[in-house]
Unconditional design. Structure first.
Length: 325
């Protein structure tokens, strides 16, 4: 039988392949963590919801670590730090990143460690094999300057064949289970923006704790909408749902289409969605998005239908990311 992977034996046997991966105890000891300067609110600044069966309460709005913003740009550390500190001060607690998001994990690792117990930190792996996933996990932990993740997610799962690979005898799900067993990862997740049937099937095959899916006001008009396919399965299994692509990289936020209040309000009013993440280009944009989340009120079916009607003629250009795999 294959010896079960632990962090210790994985790091020893994979040293040559991993190219310098070190244990997180050494990481935390040797890394220079930025001094805490953000003032975290002592009470919630926006409405919160339980993130499915995780039992963790999260604000309606979290911060996305990608999207061609300062956070994932290696040349904008100063701007990235300012955004992260502002997010903490504004009451954001859910922070989303991935191994493939440029400098995002490194920027998170300069600010968030000082507030680690107060935030929900999620990252992702795009590797489909156990050893590859382990290597990405260790690299993520090193970059993030932490010894655990609140959620570790299988990134951009787009095809049924990918699910078969992930759930194979040497698939990435093995690394996820081992990491959870060892307390390195609290919750498991699956993400996707390509094919909702694949994510729904993933939720049926495995008891994931969370799912991060693309869902916006234009999704309703797509021939295969995420909202209609994934949300019922997630609700049935009490999976925490995080919405992404809310404004379609800003394309929905045009005169005559939608504003952020409508775009975010629509997604947060969908049954089964617990929170959403939105990337930001500046502190000012972040402040504006937080104000929208603070003022959120559940939309009526009439309100939802009116927003859907506004996106009926522009849904194709606002679901362009569905072609990405």
């Amino acid at each position: 039988m294959t010896k079960k992977t632990t962090r210790r034996n994985f790091l020893i046997t994979s040293a040559a392949v991993a190219g310098g991966i070190v244990g997180c105890a050494a990481i935390n000891k040797n890394s220079q963590t930025k001094m805490a300067s953000a003032q975290i609110p002592t009470t919630p600044t926006m409405p919160e919801r339980l993130l499915g069966k995780t039992g963790v309460k999260v604000p309606l709005l979290g911060l996305g670590g990608a999207g061609r913003t300062p956070i994932d740009n290696s040349g904008q550390e100063k701007e990235s730090v300012a955004i992260l500190e502002a997010a903490l001060s504004l009451g954001i607690r859910y922070f989303d990143t991935a191994a493939s998001y440029g400098a995002s994990e490194e920027h998170f690792g300069k600010v968030l460690p000082a507030y680690r117990k107060d935030v929900f930190l999620a990252s992702k792996t795009g590797r489909r094999d156990r050893d590859g996933a382990w290597r990405e996990l260790e690299r993520s932990l090193k970059r993030l300057n932490t010894d655990y993740l609140d959620s570790w997610q299988l990134h951009h799962v787009s095809f049924m064949s990918t699910l078969d690979e992930i759930f194979g005898s040497q698939g990435a799900i093995k690394a996820m289970e081992e990491a959870k067993e060892q307390g390195i990862v609290k919750f498991s997740g699956i993400t996707g923006h390509h094919e909702p049937d694949v994510i729904a099937e993933g939720l049926r095959r495995y008891p994931f704790d969370t799912t991060l899916i693309s869902v916006n006001a234009a999704d309703k008009h797509h021939p295969r909408p995420f909202s209609r396919t994934v949300l019922p399965v997630a609700q049935q299994k009490n999976v925490g749902v995080i919405g992404m692509k809310i404004p379609a990289y800003g394309k929905l936020l045009r005169p005559g289409v939608l504003n952020m209040k409508e775009a975010m309000g629509y997604v947060l009013s969908l049954a089964g969605v617990h929170c959403c993440i939105v990337a930001t280009e500046s502190v000012e944009m972040l402040q504006s998005n937080v104000r929208v989340a603070q003022g959120f009120q559940q939309l009526t079916q009439q309100d939802m239908a009116a927003i859907e009607q506004k996106t009926a003629s522009v849904w194709r250009e606002n679901t362009f990311f569905r072609a990405w795999t």
